[in-house]
Design a protein around this ligand. Structure first.
Ligand code: GAL
Length: 457
């Protein structure tokens, strides 16, 4: 897929460190047998420090350093988080929450997917990056943005409302068809004109379920459209495969990846054990099987996982000795041909300074680092597994649209949740030692009829 054998990789955020640390980093990457490094994931403020003023000196050096050490590059387009100058110049790109309040910069991904200004500025950066590195021999993969929709999938501003109406017009054709689809005769919700149709903003009671479901579909489509725009720029300058990192996981459900997957040159997923669940490793197995389903049974990339604790759950558990290796091999056994981590070196500052990394704060004389070296050697011994596929006689059907719909505001019982039910069916098979594929339902309801689903054929 990305070379021979099972690939070991990581996110690398060298902007945090001085150039002498970079030298030490590449030396240790070689020692650990790192094959693939994702860079420029959050590079925007570094590459374009002022509007329209680009500075590639730092990224050039990192690219060359990796290349000299024969390490391949998974190059981020750098657009995931807008730099402070952009949100200062154009606060209108900031996300609006369902209650009409603004979500401010200071974290990451503070942009609204339907913002034309954001898109124009982001695509201008992609153009620069693609032109500069599109034919560089070390670049073997493009990494569009980062976890699209992780924080900003749903935006409730007026620009989004306009885009939603355009999407609805395409879907329904007439206001009457929309009224029929959404059942607006109930509770006096009948629309007389497109201009009256809005977003499912926070309301006093349960909102119209048809409106909510369509808003989910629209929001997923809107980000996919954004992805396509970045791809279009990249393709003009490069023939290297393009992907973005999915979040097939229990706690994020904003994108219908069955519609996204066919547009990826290779499917990539980020997976973190979620200790809020009763059976975190069972969920890992399910997510890996589902990612294989998205990849159409072909090999896929585990783009991120953690070496030890994350820093964004209420209780961030360290991994027991061997646990990281076992989880990595679970992904490989379920079809991953690349095992990558967030991130290379633990941050000394910033929002993720308590997150584990391949090089922990305590350095390389640690059990954590020794386990990384062991994993690397183990993956090398498994090289012949690369390119092989998983055989399963049983399939569990899974659909994001069903998830959105079943977990709506008004329902028979809030104790019955879609994903729990899917997990239970999957768990029963797992208990029996039965390997299952996880596939899309063969057909989906469009509101006006059944259509076949491209991802399941
Ligand atoms: C992912 C993200 C990474 C990092 C990681 C921490 O969601 O893509 O940038 O934040 O989580 O677990």
């Amino acid at each position: 897929m990305l070379g021979s054998g099972i690939v070991l990789g990581c996110d690398y955020n060298p902007e945090q460190w001085s150039a002498d640390v970079w030298q030490e980093d590449v030396r240790l990457m070689r020692q650990a047998g790192v094959d693939l490094v994702a860079i420029n994931i959050f590079g925007w403020s570094y590459l374009e420090p002022r509007p329209g003023e680009y500075d590639f000196a730092g990224l050039d050096r990192v690219v060359e350093l990796l290349h000299e050490h024969d390490i391949k590059i998974n190059l981020g387009t750098g657009t995931s988080s807008p730099p402070p100058w952009l949100t200062t110049l154009h606060p209108e790109i900031l996300p609006t929450a369902a209650d009409g309040t603004t979500r401010y910069p200071g974290g990451r991904q503070a942009w609204c997917p339907s913002s034309p200004i954001f898109r124009r500025r982001a695509l201008a950066l992609v153009e620069q990056v693609a032109r500069r590195y599109g034919e560089h021999p070390a670049v073997v993969l493009w990494h569009v943005s980062n976890e699209l929709g992780c924080h900003n999938a749903h935006c409730y501003d007026e620009e989004t409302a306009e885009a939603f109406r355009r999407w609805l017009r395409k879907r329904y054709g007439t206001v009457d068809a929309l009224n029929d689809g959404w059942g607006t005769s109930f509770w006096s919700q009948r629309y007389g004109d497109w201009s009256e149709v809005g977003l499912p903003r926070q309301a006093l009671s349960a909102r119209n379920p048809g409106q909510q479901l369509d808003f989910h579909r629209f929001s997923s489509d809107e980000l996919l459209d954004y992805y396509r725009d970045e791809v279009e720029v990249l393709r003009r300058h490069s023939t290297v495969p393009i992907t973005t990192n999915f979040m097939v996981t229990a706690h994020i459900r904003n994108l219908d990846y069955w519609t996204w997957a066919p547009e990826m040159d290779v499917v990539a997923n980020d997976h973190y054990l979620d200790h809020r669940l009763a059976a975190p490793t069972a969920e890992l197995a399910f997510a890996a099987d589902l990612t294989r389903g998205l990849a159409g049974g072909q090999p896929w990339i585990l783009m991120e996982q953690s070496v030890g604790a994350v820093s964004w759950q209420p209780h961030n558990l360290a991994k027991a000795p061997g646990e990281m290796t076992r989880n990595s091999l679970t992904h490989v056994a379920r079809g991953a041909d690349a095992v990558c981590f967030f991130q290379w070196r633990a941050s000394a500052q910033g929002a993720e300074k308590f997150h584990s990394a391949l090089i922990p704060h305590a350095g390389t004389d640690t059990e954590a680092w020794r386990e990384v070296l062991t994993l690397s050697a183990t993956l090398d011994r498994l090289d012949e597994v690369a390119g092989t596929t998983v055989e399963a006689d049983v399939a569990v059907l899974f659909s994001w649209q069903s998830w959105w719909s079943c977990d709506g505001e008004s329902r028979p019982s809030h104790s019955v949740r879609y994903l729990d039910q899917v997990h239970r069916a999957y768990q029963a098979l797992r208990d029996l030692g039965v390997t299952a594929d996880v596939l899309a339902p063969p057909r989906t309801w469009t509101g006006t009829g059944w259509s076949s689903c491209p991802a399941c054929t």
